[in-house]
Design a binder for this molecule. Structure first.
Ligand SMILES: [Zn+2]
Length: 286
């Protein structure tokens, strides 16, 4: 799952230059390293270090945070290696390389040919024989080029690049899976928090409503009776009847009932559940 260090080193060397490997080695297992610390470790000036880091930054291989030095007033930069971005770059580059090798292999002319090292001109066997293997432009002896050797070399390269690609892709997929999992966890947590907050808000509203409601009504109504009452009210609301005088007088109750209707309406298939929810809501109301 982890990207082989050798592939990472090869990538950084290729895109940012072999001197940046020293920086990579420092940032590989450590985050937010100050550029002064890097310079100190490498025995270089801060400007030399910045030069290397900027080359890495061009390929999004590093990220930074900065902090203002309270005494001197300037910013100090802290660098980290961006492994996910580097892995993406590696997958892209290896994929491109595989494609280009395959293309060359598909069109490679394995017939024997001869070419002039100086002029870079290429002749097939027949043409070379005609000029007696001597370049007409410069008089240099033509050399034989073995296309089969090139083909063998390409096949070897293809195998290596395909293996590298698979490793990089696996590392990238694994990383993405971890990110997705973390996101799911975060969303679930957020939802739970929201639900809890809504529950509290609802309970508060119910408590307020209970305060406002006339004491007589609360005392008189049994659990069963109120259940019926609420049901009736729900029906009334759903039918969109004109609000009665009573309802107008008690806006708090009206609001509550409306909410209940909304919540309950879709759960038509289980009347038992409906009842229990209504009962719960009402209990809270009190
Ligand atoms: Zn020549």
């Amino acid at each position: 799952m982890k990207l082989p260090d050798s592939l990472l080193t090869e990538l950084v060397k290729e895109v940012a230059g072999s001197d940046t490997i020293k920086v990579l080695d420092i940032l590989r297992n450590k985050k937010n390293v100050s550029e002064f610390k890097i310079a100190e470790k490498l025995g270089l000036t801060v400007n030399q270090v910045r030069n290397m880091i900027y080359r890495m930054q061009e390929y999004n291989l590093v990220t930074f945070t900065r902090k203002k030095d309270k005494v001197k007033g300037w910013y100090i930069y802290y660098w980290s290696f961006d492994l996910p971005k580097a892995t993406v770059l590696l997958v892209d580059r290896k994929g491109e390389r595989v494609t280009s090798i395959k293309k060359e292999l598909a069109t490679i002319d394995t017939s024997r040919y001869y070419f002039c090292k100086l002029c870079r001109t290429k002749h097939n066997e027949e043409a070379a024989l005609e000029i007696q293997f001597i370049c007409e432009a410069c008089g240099e002896l033509l050399v034989e080029q073995d296309a089969q050797k090139r083909e063998r070399e390409l096949k070897k390269q293809l195998k290596k690049n395909e293996e590298d690609y698979a490793l990089a892709k696996e590392a990238l997929d694994y990383h993405r899976m971890l990110v997705a999992r973390a996101t799911d966890r975060r969303l679930a947590k957020e939802k739970a928090e929201k639900d809890a907050a809504r529950k509290i808000a609802r309970a508060k509203l119910a408590a307020e409503k209970a305060k406002l409601a006339p004491k007589k009504a609360v005392k008189k109504t049994t659990k069963k009776a109120t259940k019926k009452k609420t049901k009736k009210a729900v029906k009334k609301k759903t039918a969109k009847k004109k609000p009665t005088k009573k309802a107008v007088k008690k806006p708090a109750k009206k609001k509550q009932v409306k909410k209940v209707t909304k919540k309950i309406a879709p759960a038509k298939k289980s009347p038992a559940k409906k009842k229990s929810i209504l009962g719960r809501v009402f209990k809270k109301k009190r």
